[in-house]
Design a protein around this ligand. Structure first.
Ligand code: ZN
Length: 264
């Protein structure tokens, strides 16, 4: 499922392939992905216009048009972008197909259809309306501490809560807690100041490494838990078998040795 690092790379991909080209045609193949906009309005705002640049906030990309509107994409479980010129390169599950004057196409490909398409004239308003917390790459230590130190919820649930902080999901919260050596179910208010600070620092470094790797289309380091998050996966530190546990109805992977229970 695309989280902050993947979504950042999708934004870069869009910018690399699709800027400053006049949009000739927009085909909404699955209108159920549209949220606050209907197909006619989406077509009207896009056709004849050009994409200028993309910003990311949380798990959303916002692509600026030359008419002061932003196309907003949320990649759900399986969403991604694919630019192509020849029909034989067309993806199989294009829910939105944008055709440029130069014959190129940008497809929003999403097999499972949990993606979402929105438009706005103000990112700020959209973020407010969705009640998104601070973006995980922007948040500073002071705010992070204030947010986390008083809450009773499991640290993993809080890290994944987009209303508290935006961008982290099931996979990267596992990575952060593995590298910070914190059990996913520890209530945040049971963590001491040094532990919260460690989670914060690890989060920043995990995001930095992962964004760079995703943009370069390279694998994550083998020292990460993410490449080992699978059946019979082992801890990269010790060869101990990873365990799974349900947290907020998501399956967390953790190492029973590196991430010992530190609370009663
Ligand atoms: Zn371990």
């Amino acid at each position: 499922m695309p989280e902050l690092p993947e979504v950042e790379s999708f934004g870069k991909y869009l910018d690399r392939t699709s800027l400053d080209k006049t949009i000739e045609n927009v085909e909404v193949k699955n209108p159920e992905l549209l949220q606050n906009v209907n197909a006619d309005v989406l077509k009207e705002k896009l056709e004849g216009h050009k994409f200028k640049y993309t910003k990311r906030y949380g798990k959303y990309t916002f692509t600026a048009l030359d008419n002061n509107f932003w196309l907003i994409l949320h990649y759900g479980m399986t969403g991604r972008l694919k630019y192509f010129k020849n029909q034989d390169e067309a993806p199989s599950y294009d829910r939105l197909l944008i055709t440029f004057e130069d014959g190129g196409h940008l497809a929003f490909d999403d097999p499972r259809k949990f993606g979402k398409i929105n438009m706005t004239s103000s990112i700020e308003d959209f973020v407010k309306e969705k009640k998104l917390g601070s973006d995980a790459t922007e948040i500073n230590l002071k705010v992070f501490k204030e947010i986390f130190e008083k809450r009773k919820g499991a640290i993993k649930s809080l890290l994944m809560d987009q209303h508290i902080m935006a961008g982290i999901g099931n996979i990267y919260s596992d990575e952060i807690l593995f590298q910070a050596r914190i059990h996913p179910k520890v209530p945040a208010n049971k963590l001491n100041s040094a532990q919260i600070e460690r989670i914060f620092k690890v989060m920043k470094s995990v995001l930095k490494t992962s964004v760079d790797k995703r943009i370069a289309d390279e694998e994550l380091p083998d020292s990460f838990i993410i490449p080992h998050r699978k059946k019979n996966g082992k801890c990269p530190n010790s060869d101990i078998k990873l365990k799974t546990i349900k947290v907020s109805s998501r399956t967390a992977y953790y190492c029973p040795q590196c991430q010992k229970e530190i609370f009663e």
